[in-house]
Design a protein around this ligand. Structure first.
Ligand SMILES: [Zn+2]
Length: 137
């Protein structure tokens, strides 16, 4: 199951963050998934409890945000939000575009239960993994 391996890689990152902050538990995990990431949010949701089982994130809430697909036109340099089956420039209609955003899976935020200071939120914008396919091998 593709999503399970993605989830396990994600848990590895979450565990590292939790350890850095000496957290007692992970309360919430916020992900952002692009439409071209190849990751199915419902499947990820199903895989999450399996991956989190027995870890600090056992019972944590998983929130999944969906990002837009954004391309940059190589002809007029305009960035436009497009649909997955229509990666063309919204300004001039050229199909020679480069993907700016839309194939990523990003760990946006982890909410931790930290004994000394109570709840703490760490915002993160680093990529959870370069690409989903790389995680799966
Ligand atoms: Zn254009």
């Amino acid at each position: 199951m593709h999503e399970l391996s993605v989830c396990l890689a994600l848990m590895e990152q979450v565990r590292k963050i939790a350890r850095e902050h000496k957290a007692r538990a992970v309360e919430r995990i916020v992900l952002r998934i692009g439409p071209l990431s190849g990751i199915e949010a419902p499947l990820l949701r199903n895989a999450f409890p399996i991956a989190a089982s027995g870890t600090l994130a056992d019972g944590a809430e998983l929130q999944i945000n969906h990002s837009d697909i954004v391309v940059r036109c190589t002809q007029c340099e305009t960035e436009s939000a497009v649909s997955p089956n229509k990666l063309i420039c919204a300004a001039c209609g050229d199909f020679r575009t480069r993907l700016v955003r839309g194939d990523e899976m990003i760990l946006e935020q982890v909410e931790l239960d930290i004994p000394s200071s109570g709840r703490e939120t760490e915002g993160r914008s680093s990529e959870a993994s370069p690409t989903a396919s790389q995680v799966a091998g």
